[in-house]
Structure formats: C-alpha cells, structure tokens
Design a protein around this ligand. Structure first.
Ligand code: B16
Ligand code: MG
Length: 216
C-alpha cells in the first residue's frame, strides 16, 4: 500500500452536482435585485462560502449592502436552495462516486467529507451517502473559506491521520489550492488546464482506481 491512508472528498462537483441548484437560487436573487449573471461567472463561486459568494455576486451587480442586508439576502437564497436540495434523490450521485467511496473503504482507507457547505448533512442524507464517511467537516465546523486549508486539516485531524497521508478530491481551484496549502496530495476533478497544481486530474470519480491512488 502507498503512503496514502485517507481520502477527503469535496461535496459539490465531486460527489454530487449541487452547483446547478446554487446557480438557480443565486440567479433568482440577482434577478430580484435587478441584474443577471452567466453560467461562466457561476464557475467562480464553486467551493466559495455562501457569504463570500454573495459578496462577489453583489459586486457583479454594482450593489452595496450592509452586513445585516447581506445576511438577510444569503438566508433568502438558502431558503430557495434548501427547497431544491430536499427534493434530491440518490439518482443525482455523480458517476462512480458511490462505487469509489465503497471501494476505498473496503481497501481500508479512511474517508472524510471536506465541504464549504452548511447543507452537507441534508444533501448526504437525501442521496443516501451519509454513512459513507468516517468524518464530516463542513461550513458549520470551519469558518475560514477555501483556499484556506482548515476544512481539510480538521478532517485529517479528526481522522487521526497526518495531512501528508491524505488525498483530497476537489473540483474547484480554491479547493485544490486549499489541499496543497495543507500539505496534502490532490486529485482534481474536471479540467487539468484549470486545476493547476493537482497531482492528477480525472474527469470524475468513475475514472479513479486503487492503482491511481497508490501511485500518487
Ligand atoms: P452552502 P463544496 C460549496 O460546496 C459550493 O461549491 C459553493 O458554491 C457554496 O457556496 C458553498 O458550498 C456553501 O454552500 O450555501 O450550502 O453553505 O464544493 O465545498 O462542497
Ligand atoms: Mg466543489
């Protein structure tokens, strides 16, 4: 076996595609405020916390809001988002994600979730993967946003495994940077031209094998 002892998974874009629901809810909010933004702009919000995302969106609309208004707007967006994610089903698990999670556990690797989302528990329960992780670390436990490595470092600590023996699976640039800053190996999920610095980039977890994991 390689030096890798644990796999830490991001949620949105790695296990499930909740970005479409985030986009719909953020767009509804922006439209209500009198402007719109593109799917391309939405890419920039991946892996970024709710409040940070809202600040970026308000900037696109050239709007300035005080902290109380920001919290009220983020809460409104979240109400719409939760309405959508509570209708999710296991059919929305990304290809190969469940199979790879089950495979690594069977081979003795520890698993953790490392997500910026405060809704990760709801999502994992909806898609039936809540019990597939030894440890869950999300936006409720960690306040510093990726690219800060906190979310992954807390995951490694709770698993009792040195960061150097962890591999992070991430679809967002900020998440790849966070894993590297934490001294971890990182497998990018998506485009290798975008996910610079990752040790390996695959299109999705359906392309991952134990052999690839051990060669990292
Ligand atoms: P919530 P990840 C991130 O999930 C999303 O990519 C990002 O778009 C979202 O703003 C963030 O979670 C916070 O989500 O509003 O549910 O707390 O990729 O880190 O799993
Ligand atoms: Mg993500």
């Amino acid at each position: 076996m390689s030096i890798i002892k644990a796999c830490i998974f991001d949620l949105d874009g790695v296990i499930v595609d909740t970005a479409v629901y985030h986009y719909e809810a953020w767009r509804r909010l922006a439209n209500q405020l009198g402007f719109d933004f593109t799917e391309e702009q939405n890419e920039e919000l991946k892996g970024i916390s709710r409040i940070e995302s809202l600040k970026i969106i308000l900037n696109w609309g050239n709007l300035q809001k005080d902290e109380d208004e920001i919290i009220a707007l983020a809460t409104l967006k979240n109400t719409w988002y939760v309405e959508m994610i509570t209708k999710m089903t296991p059919s929305e698990i990304l290809p190969g994600a469940q199979e790879f999670l089950e495979l690594v556990r069977e081979k003795g690797y520890k698993t953790a979730l490392g997500s910026a989302s405060k809704n990760s528990e709801t999502i994992l329960k909806q898609i039936g993967l809540f019990d597939h992780f030894d440890v869950l670390v999300d936006g409720n436990k960690v306040t510093k946003s990726k690219p800060d490595p906190s979310v992954f470092l807390v995951g490694a600590e709770e698993l009792g495994i040195d960061p150097s023996a962890c591999v992070v699976f991430e679809d967002a640039v900020a998440g790849v940077q966070a894993a590297l800053a934490g001294g971890m190996k990182v497998v990018g999920i998506g485009n290798e031209k975008i996910l610079k610095g990752a040790d390996l980039v695959v299109a999705g977890l359906h392309e991952m094998t134990i052999d690839k994991l051990e060669r990292l």
